[in-house]
Design a protein around this ligand. Structure first.
Ligand SMILES: Cc1ncc(COP(=O)(O)O)c(C=O)c1O
Length: 375
């Protein structure tokens, strides 16, 4: 099977993990700090706080902004459920904004229409690897004095107006799940330039305790205090050793993703009624996913099945979050709230996209897609 996404793990990655396994620190050690520095360098920020997953990163970000009961957090309708769930973890209500029909990133006019006196944060998602309309979002957020969070879980290595994703909002979250640009098995991070937010993020990651074990070791003290309720969202040195080794290859892998996207764009242009997402001219897409919109007349489930029969595991990212039973039951969301997302998601399909995909694989996917559509 050619999957829709997968990790690349080389011998040097394995060697880096083995070295940490033989060292004194399996967790909360020097590799965590080195990985954080590497992530902050890619993001162009002062701080990166590495955590156990992208979901944990989003939760930490909501907590750092003091999101709580009675607050609303605006999120796009098309994203992974974790973007909205993070607001719910802190007792807030997610409010769903519609998306642009041609990029599927959040529609800034829709965000503007959802702002209320209770809006505590706005979360933009760089869907599929493409930065959303950050300039317009920043202007809107500034005029209402509402903090912006970027869910950059799809977009490590992407650029917007010459600035790296990671530096476009008060905080940006990343995921290092195996299908993402670099992996730590499971893992995530939050990047920020704000010292106070960074301190809150670090504390929430470690039970709400104000100092970490290694810092106490270095000071030769046993004393610590828990000053608020936090979680164990730590990532370990074994994972970070893999991350440090992987992130050295980030830019060459992102370049390969862009080359694959260019090949898909050219080859798919001849399919009647099929559309690819528009790339924003002021941005450089990091292509976590390659999403096509099937011709409106196509039966997506049948195309998906046919592709599987040809050895290609396509996927769908995502059903609009407000249509999930949990949100309909708990927050009374319903169809009609985000009409563009509800219409467009029915056509979308993520076809294989990962750096190890060969040109031959890409051609095979295109041929299989053409055959599936003919059938
Ligand atoms: C947009 C988005 N946000 C958040 C997450 C959560 O990341 P993780 O799986 O590392 O918890 C994902 C993961 O797929 C994602 O795609």
């Amino acid at each position: 099977m050619i999957p829709y996404g997968r990790q690349t793990v080389d011998d040097d990655d394995i060697q880096a993990v083995v070295e940490v396994l033989r060292s004194s620190w399996l967790t909360t050690g020097p590799s965590v700090e080195l990985f954080e520095r590497a992530v902050a360098d890619v993001a162009g920020t002062k701080h990166a706080i590495a955590v156990s997953s992208g979901t944990a990163a989003l939760h930490c970000a909501m907590h750092a902004l003091r999101v709580g009961p009675g607050d609303e957090v605006i999120v796009p309708a098309i994203t992974f459920v974790a973007t909205a769930n993070a607001a719910v973890f802190e007792g807030a209500t997610p409010v769903f904004a519609d998306v642009e029909h041609d990029t599927l990133t959040v529609d800034v006019a829709s965000v503007a229409s959802k702002i209320s006196p209770r809006t505590k944060a706005i979360v933009g998602v760089d869907y599929a690897g493409q930065p959303c309309a950050w300039r317009e979002l920043q202007a809107l957020a500034e005029s209402h004095r509402i903090p912006l969070v970027a869910d950059g879980c799809h977009a490590l290595g992407a650029v917007y107006n010459d600035r790296p994703v990671g530096s476009l909002a008060a905080m940006t979250t990343f995921s290092f799940h195996p299908v993402k640009h670099v992996t730590t098995g499971e893992g995530g991070a939050i990047t920020t330039d704000d010292d106070a937010l960074a301190a809150r993020l670090r504390m929430f990651r470690a039970h709400g305790i104000a100092s970490d074990h290694r810092a106490r070791e270095q000071r030769g003290t046993f004393h610590y205090e828990m000053v608020e309720l936090g979680f164990n969202y730590r990532i370990c040195d074994i994972q970070c050793a893999l991350g440090i080794s992987q992130i050295k290859k980030l830019f060459s892998w992102v370049e390969r993703r862009r080359a694959i996207a260019a090949r898909y764009r050219e080859a798919l242009a001849s399919i009647n009624g099929l559309e690819v997402l528009r790339d924003r001219p002021e941005a450089k897409n990091a292509y976590h996913l390659f999403v096509v919109k099937l011709p409106p007349s196509a039966d997506r489930a049948a195309v998906h099945r046919k592709l599987r029969e040809s050895g290609i595991a396509a996927n769908v990212h995502y059903m609009p979050v407000h249509l999930h039973p949990f949100y309909r039951d708990r927050f009374h969301t319903e169809p009609g709230m985000c009409p563009v997302a509800e219409r467009e998601w029915q056509r979308i399909l993520s076809i294989p996209m990962y750096p190890a995909l060969t040109d031959h694989d890409v051609d095979q996917v295109v041929d299989a897609l053409k055959a599936a559509l003919r059938a």
